[in-house]
Design a protein around this ligand. Sequence first.
Ligand code: ADP
Ligand code: ZN
Ligand code: ZN
Length: 732
Amino acid sequence: MTLIAQVEPLTTARARLGPFDYRIPPELSDSVCAGSVLVIPFAGRELLGIVVGLAATSEVPPARLLAPRRAIDPGLPAELVELAGWLAAEYCSTRARSLSLMLPPGTAGGTRPRARLVAALGAAGAAALDGGGSGAGGGGGSGVGPAGGVRLSAVQRKLLERLRDEGPLPASVAPAALRRLEGRGLVELEQRVVGRRPHHAAVGARRAGPAALEPAQRDALTAIGAAVAAGVKRSFLLHGVTGSGKTEVYLRAAAAALEGGRGVIVLVPEIGLTPQTVGRFIDRFGDTVAVLHSRLGAGERHDEWLRLRRGEARICVGPRSAVFAPIDRLGLIVVDEEHDPSYKHEGDPRYDARHVAEHRAGTHGAVLVVGSATPRPESYHRLPRLRLPSRVDGGRLPEVEVLDMRGTRGALHARTADALAELRRGGGKAIVLLNRRGWSNFLFCVSCGRVWGCPLCDVSLVLHRAEALIACHHCGHREPVPGHCPDCGSTSVARHGVGTERLEHELAGALGGPDHPVFRLDGDVAGVKGGAVAVLRRFERAPSGVLIGTQMVAKGHDFDGVDLGVVLDADATLRFPDFRSEERTFALVAQLAGRAGRGPAGRGGRVLVQTIAPGASSIALAARHDSDGFLAAELGRRQALRYPPFGELIRIVCSSEEPGAAFAAAQGLRAELVVPGACVLGPAPLFRLRGRERSQLVVKGGERAPTVAAVGAAVAVPGRRDVAISVDVDPQ
Ligand code: ADP
Ligand code: ZN
Ligand code: ZN
């Protein structure tokens, strides 16, 4: 009997939906199962395909079916194949695209376990060293000395000693010398598969786990531990102020899960920015932690993935994609800093790792713990709360002062300038948040008013002075800084606004010095591999200094002795026309405040918030550290407007290079869309992006499943070829 495999080809096309039947040749029949990765002939090409099911019969006689060319090890666990089907339906995407997210890293590029020629000390080599008389010592001069009758050069002796002291080494450290030693029977060379373990730089105070938990931590851990032991799905919100010891609760909950034979996933916002959390898990659990993230090389990621797949590692720490880690018998999923926008994926399928985590916890009977000092209204509303109300060791939260910038000129309020100068005199650290990178916001011609804009997007170009160019922050378009206006010829080109690059320059000039350095952390710095960690380390080591940057500086860093926090233009996020702008603003101010005054010597610290909207409630409540007050008010507002969590939102964006086509397509879709109990808003034009006009519909619906299904059906109808449609369920 021939085995038939139902295979989903990994194409991005929406039109060609699998699965398709393939005949499994006898030599593969033992190894192919749901989740197997195959190389298949498909439409005249070779593609990767994933086996989504097996069958004994097919409609077409097996002899007429094509056979896969080969199988690629390792495959996906069957659970992830199921998860991909769910993900596709949940986000109006395709199973192929969902499966592509879950592939073992490097599969498409053909990454293989790496075999390396490794040298080890042979028995004769060890004997030669033991018998050795005079150590060849340091100088490495004349060379030849007797060693138990075996003559060794200084180089050879050193190599043998290294092999004895450090264990096997890659033959590449000294290929010729090791070959000669092998020829004499002193060294053994062999091909070994070697794991590529990523190296993790630890930033932040390394501390052993505390001996005793605070009472609130203990209560939280008890609740989580009981749920893990029960082995049924439960979700909790760990709502704890910054520095209240949430990570310690995650660590102990993970230990409890491991003890029960269960696996753990820990999601963190961005590993490049928060290496501390990863470091603490590695410190506590060693090799049972695998780290998955995109900054690792393909080989490293592949090997880490394999360690999880084989069960050699049982805890995975990583950013949103780690929610697909191949771990069986999951007992706990932690989402740290659950308010962070990076949990939402920006490509199709536009999944939200927090939502996927909840679903996966359900599949495994695992416990989901999402934690934050500034939780999302959705989580606050839906999940049982565990509270950590105060900083560990009774540390105080910083005093926050709101500074009214109306009528002021310049980037800094007088009180901010004073506070920074005082810090300079007395020594100490400050973090300054300005959520705008570059030198200035835009350039304009003083004579005719021309503003330099992106040729592909309807936004202005931002000056990056160090690189002598102006750049689009949406599509990456760059051009040289103009010397004159192409419209009127004038050479008076003015710069408007302040970005992080300029602020760094100005603060370094006013305050900087060898004993009080000024550092910058933003997308430009972090774009260089290791750039962010390097800056964070240098800031941490400096006894005194200023760190300025975009929202990156407000992530969960745990630095001792930050006495001053400053937020510039705190209302910038409020100016976005989005229902989440209040939530974003609150979180940004409260999180930055949370960086100040930490550590054993924490004096509470002080935070200054500059704004032209001092009356905005999100800013006023953040200044009082009143997350309960903010969340209560925000939930009231959302209930009135039927925004999440009181209603579902789906955003549909049509885009096209053809003028007018996107709007027409959106209008057409709107006419087709029949969603019971929901209303459809739009089409509304969005700004042009990457040369494409865009038009948006928003579906505001009551129940998730029927709304998603109706939208999915409407966009599946083949439309104009020159219009691309993207669906964002639960947009952020
Ligand atoms: P959060 O994740 O809530 O910001 P952390 O878990 O990073 O807080 O804790 C802040 C600091 O307090 C860390 O350095 C941590 O090691 C320490 N800490 C946590 N729990 C305790 C405790 N029970 N006793 C003493 N120190 C603790
Ligand atoms: Zn001009
Ligand atoms: Zn652009």
